[in-house]
Write a protein that binds this ligand. Structure first.
Ligand code: BMA
Length: 817
């Protein structure tokens, strides 16, 4: 097969009068690319992420747009048996014309579109035109014809269009439903035939893996006797040929493991189809990982387990939910995604859930997850809505499902296919006012159409109808002891962090807490006068209407009133980190019963206040550093009892509360670990009042409790508890906790100071300093640890990247001081 890329500079025009007063001339436009991207590159529209510029940018999407290009064809391309125009992704509603002849319509951004141009194309110049229609007009008109409900944060009618829903807005995202040709465009010249489908199945034996390769061909020319040959290359370059039965036997297989459990060796499978003359007609090549990977669901004393089992080993999923990285899709590049996913590994993730309100990520996303060892929970792209199933919609989503399953199924990282985000529970509860038909349609789509396609195209990967679910059929989908759970009573329900401890979810696939991004990020979209969280511009960048009030409310429960805007931001990030840590540490202590903690959310689509741990510019919030600590393979944590668990307000009775601490060491590695737990009870000056030490043996893949310590005779305002776990004399995990809310603890001025020596930052404090933040003015500092507690001593962290100028330091003491 011969491929000619049609990527490059096309021209684009806006059809009709528009908000930016751009007249109907054609302008140079990059393909792959989009309308917003083009206008931004040409300086014809202001940054839609700045202040409230989003509003005008949205109006632009009432327009239609024309993309066109001219390409030259040589006779040899025309001489092929088949000639196809191939689009990997178009966003979304289009009509395609070649040499002024209509080729067909496009109406799903999640699909590949191919048009046969053998008869129409000619030698020399050919003109290709793609007209893209207004997505906002379309959903409005369709909504008038047939009502489908969906998330209020998103534009009315969005379920009608197979376009990333969050492009129409979400509770963290702007309404910027761009249009464009967002993936590669190419011509495929096919001689005789091409691979239609190839499917590699693995059969794992004790010391070998047998690869069974099924393939089929799509014929274009005369059927000749074609030969199809596969070979497999292992990570060291050793080549395995096919046996006579067409199978490939891999001896001494190197198994693929998620991050933290082993290596990620990848084998390359390459197939060639050749004709009688021995000419290579088409090549198929993928990298696979040798592993078994499924979900274990077994009845037990608590309900029913829900846990990833990799190569026979039950693993505790640790990670976060991924949303699209940018409203302007062309800015999502391999390089940028690589930084984000590498940051996941830096924070000890082994799993990432691709949330269903976006689009199916590019191949490079899955390649990176294969290489890094991130298991992917992949939602099909449906979220928080009711959909109306008719013949056209069904045919459309069938094709979408088949194509994406074929594209993604071979990735080692692929752990779960999941029907949708949150719809089983929401349809059942009639949240989006579905009709009786839509309630039935739900079952048809997620429990019949999609699983049946998977039975045919990927019977191996585990399928789960919805997230959350208990198994489907509207049966008890919110049961905390069965299936996966989205838990939002902390945050949306305003419950205190301690509420997390009331649950031992089998797999928490969403729970989260918002914060503001750092000042540097806020500066990118505000003028100075906007820097108040209730200003119009800040509220435009806070898409969860109740959230600012919630943040202030949670601050009032935990911290002193922040002295200025910048300390409010800092405090919001500490709250977020505290909240999520409180939950995850608890669930890891209950390893076995709970087997997954996936934090809502990893990243941002634009600069905004949100649940993300990494902001739009890639800056780590306090939460991401906290994740690095509480997702560490070996982690010590403390289940404390104090004011938070017994008397959230100081005016309440009882006045005498119990103060206890119960330490736990969780070991998420495949090796037993021996070490020492060392703890101290200290006063605000960090002076040791009591201390203890204990040798512990933590078997692989378990968590071990130590005895409860009782400090009830001490005044909670003047003590804190510090703890560490040492292996070979080195602290592998540590932390500290209070028995009162930080706002009431009698902090001493810690006199924090720092000095930079090469790649190291030395921090000194003369008293207990809690949640010490190190940052620089440029906002680009990444360090080995941050927002940590210091016990009146010197500690050292490594600079991983960023400038060394103007480094600042502060701690909880500074919030109200
Ligand atoms: C979850 C998600 C998203 C949403 C988030 C925060 O339920 O599935 O729909 O952004 O909550 O509210």
């Amino acid at each position: 097969m011969k491929t000619v890329s049609l990527n490059g500079m096309w021209s684009m025009k806006i059809d009709g009068e528009n908000v930016y007063g751009i007249t109907g001339e054609f302008m140079p436009a990059k393909v792959p690319g989009s309308v917003y991207e083009t206008l931004l590159q040409l300086g014809k529209m202001p940054d839609p992420y700045y202040r409230d510029n989003e509003l005008d940018a949205l109006k632009l999407m009432e327009q239609d747009f024309t993309y066109q290009t001219v390409f030259h064809l040589k006779q040899d391309m025309l001489d092929n048996d088949g000639l196809l125009l191939h689009f990997d992704g178009v966003d979304t509603l289009g009509e395609v014309y070649l040499n002024d002849t209509f080729l067909g319509k496009i109406y799903n951004m999640h699909r590949i579109w191919e048009f046969d141009i053998k008869e129409l194309a000619r030698a020399g110049e050919n003109e290709l035109r793609v007209v893209l229609f207004s997505p906002t007009k379309y959903i409005r008109e369709e909504q008038e014809k047939c009502y489908t409900g969906g998330s209020y944060d998103c534009m009315d009618g969005y379920p009608h269009l197979r376009k990333a829903h969050c492009m129409f807005g979400w509770d963290w995202g702007p309404r910027l439903p761009d249009a464009g040709i967002f993936r590669d465009v190419k011509l495929l010249g096919i001689k005789e035939c091409r691979f239609d489908e190839v499917y590699v199945r693995q059969q794992h034996e004790k010391d070998s893996v047998l690869l069974d390769i099924d393939w089929s061909l799509e014929l274009f020319g005369e059927e000749t006797l074609s030969e199809v040959v596969f070979q497999v290359t292992d990570p060291k370059g050793k080549i395995y040929e096919q046996t006579e039965e067409g199978k490939v036997l891999i001896t001494e297989p190197m198994l693929w493991w998620p991050n933290g459990y082993g290596e990620q060796p990848l084998y390359t499978v390459k197939g060639e189809v050749r004709n009688e003359k021995g000419e290579v007609l088409d090549v198929w090549e993928r990298r696979i990982g040798l592993r078994t990977l499924t979900i274990k669901r077994e009845k037990d004393e608590w309900g029913e387990s829900f846990c990833h089992v990799v190569n026979g080993v039950s693993v505790f999923a640790m990670g976060a939910d991924y949303i699209p990285e940018d409203n302007i899709l062309g800015r999502v590049t391999k390089e940028r995604t690589e930084v984000l996913l590498t940051d996941c590994i830096a924070a000890n993730f082994n799993t990432i859930r691709v949330w269903g309100g976006g689009y199916y990520p590019d191949d490079f996303f899955f390649d990176l997850c294969d290489e890094l060892g991130l298991m992917v929970w992949l939602d099909f792209m449906y979220a928080c809505a009711s959909y109306e199933l008719n013949d056209e919609f069904e045919a459309n989503i069938r094709q979408e499902t088949i194509e994406n399953v074929i594209r993604i199924r071979h990735h080692a990282c692929l752990a779960i296919w999941c029907g949708n985000n949150e719809m089983e529970a929401q349809v059942q509860d009639k949240v989006w006012k579905p009709t009786a038909k839509q309630v039935m349609d739900y079952i048809k789509i997620y429990e019949y159409i999609i699983p049946n396609i998977l039975k045919e195209y990927d019977p191996v990967t585990f399928y789960w109808p919805s997230s959350p679910s208990s198994g489907g059929n509207y049966e008890d989908s919110l049961n905390p002891d069965k299936g996966d759970t989205h838990y939002w009573d902390v945050w949306h329900g305003n419950k205190p962090f301690s509420e997390y401890r009331k649950f031992h979810f089998r797999y928490a696939s969403e729970f989260g807490f918002q914060s503001f991004p750092c000042l540097k990020t806020i500066e990118s979209f505000t003028e100075k006068k906007d820097r108040n969280i209730f200003s119009r511009v800040m509220e435009m960048h806070q898409r969860n209407a109740a959230a600012n009030g919630k943040i202030l409310n949670y601050i009032s429960d935990n911290y002193l009133y922040p002295k200025d805007f910048d300390h409010l931001i800092y405090t919001s990030q500490l709250l977020q980190a505290d909240a999520i840590r409180y939950g995850v540490e608890h669930w890891r202590r209950h390893r076995g019963r709970c087997m997954g903690a996936i934090v809502w959310q990893l990243n941002d689509i634009w600069p905004v206040a949100s649940w993300a741990s990494i902001d739009y510019y890639g800056r780590w919030k306090a939460l991401h550093y906290a994740e690095k600590r509480f997702f560490a393979p070996v982690m010590i944590s403390c289940e404390e009892e104090g004011e938070m668990t017994q008397r959230p307000h100081c005016i309440e009775e009882p006045h005498d509360i119990v103060k206890t601490a119960r330490l736990n060491v969780a070991n998420e590695t495949r090796e037993d670990i021996f070490g020492t737990v060392h703890w101290t009870l200290r006063n605000p000056k960090a002076e040791v009042l009591l201390q203890g030490e204990e040798e512990v043996n933590v078997p692989a893949l378990t968590s071990v409790w130590l005895d409860k310590l009782d400090f009830s005779s001490y005044d909670e305002l003047g003590i804190y508890f510090a703890y560490e776990f040492l292996a070979d004399g080195k602290a592998v995990s540590k932390g500290s906790c209070l028995f009162t809310a930080p706002k009431h603890f009698e902090f001493e001025e810690p006199g924090l100071s720092l000095r930079v020596e090469g790649d190291k930052i030395f921090v000194n404090s003369r008293a207990y300093a809690r949640s010490v933040e190190i940052s620089n003015e440029a906002g680009d500092l990444k360090i080995s640890d941050n927002y940590f507690d210091v016990n009146g001593e010197e500690v050292c962290v490594d600079i991983l990247s960023g400038t060394r100028e103007n480094i600042k330091i502060r701690s909880v003491y500074d919030i109200g001081a």
